[in-house]
Design a protein around this ligand. Structure first.
Ligand code: ADP
Ligand code: MG
Length: 263
């Protein structure tokens, strides 16, 4: 049994604080849903957990079984068992899916066999395994391919950033069923960031957290997702007696490394 624990996490981009005290705790085998309006900082949380270096963590901690992840490079966080599926997967021209996944298994003897098994469970055709990663993949194909990596690598915890966006119903069902099965087969712990209760009919959450203004404002059981579906964030905020914060202001200037060329 493992525990992913996020404690009072604050993070900024430039001078703008986006994460404002996030607390979360996910144990092996559990599915936690994180739902919140656009711009509330959900993707920022996923990036900060994984160690993307354009965010500054100003306080807090992120641990797996008590071991601090903050300060470690992304690959070491992955080695400790953390995995992220991206809201916007990037294209990697010239790197085939099969080579990426094989390399990530770090010399596992039967990597090829496992990739083939997972590809068939996820209805990923051979043709996609030998294409460049995400190159000209549809939304559904991208998310099937990300889930294939997840299934072969068997991390302890997976953060899914809107794995349901851009998916048709068949892909949504295949992907969420496979992930739900992993929670039982390998005890995968899941933090599923989503807008829609739809995902949660297959990937059944143990806990639902509502994220607004860079922090979790309330948590509950699956009925909280139904409440959101029925009454929206405004309805929930009214019940809680809080205001829906306006989206965290974006950093005013784009963080363009070439903006000041220095000559
Ligand atoms: P969500 O995923 O909940 O829609 P995000 O985490 O993507 O929200 O964004 C939260 C806020 O942080 C937004 O106002 C967004 O514009 C800002 N933000 C996120 N990443 C960056 C970045 N790299 N540069 C500037 N602003 C950013
Ligand atoms: Mg997002």
């Amino acid at each position: 049994m493992s525990v992913l624990k996020v404690t009072d996490l604050h993070a900024s981009i430039g001078d703008v604080e986006i994460l404002r005290g996030v607390d979360l705790e996910v144990s092996s085998g559990e599915v936690h849903a994180l739902m919140g309006p656009n711009g509330s900082g959900k993707s920022t949380l996923s990036h900060v957990l994984m160690g993307r270096d354009d965010y500054t963590v100003t306080s807090g901690s992120v641990t797996i079984d008590g071991e601090e992840l903050l300060g470690l490079p992304t690959w070491k966080r992955a080695r400790k068992g953390l995995f992220l599926t991206h809201q916007y997967p990037v294209e990697i021209v010239g790197v085939r899916v099969v080579d990426l996944v094989t390399a990530a298994t770090d010399g596992e003897a039967d990597a090829g066999g496992r990739i083939a098994t997972e590809a068939s469970r996820l209805a990923v055709r051979d043709e996609f395994l030998t294409r460049g990663v995400n190159v000209e993949f549809s939304g559904g194909e991208q998310k099937r391919a990300e889930t294939l990596q997840l299934a072969v690598l068997e991390p302890r915890f997976a953060v899914l950033d809107e794995i349901d966006s851009g998916l048709d119903v068949d892909a949504l069902r295949d992907v969420s069923r496979r992930i739900e099965a992993m929670t039982e087969e390998t005890g995968l712990g899941v933090l599923a960031i989503t807008h829609y209760a739809r995902l949660l009919t297959e990937l059944r959450p143990d806990r639902v957290h509502v994220f607004m203004g860079g922090r979790v404002v309330t948590s509950g059981g699956p009925e909280l997702a139904d409440e959101l579906e029925a009454g929206g964030y405004d309805g929930l905020a009214a019940r809680l007696g809080i205001e829906v914060p306006s989206p965290v202001a974006a950093a005013e200037k784009p963080l363009d490394p070439f903006a000041t060329p220095g000559f």
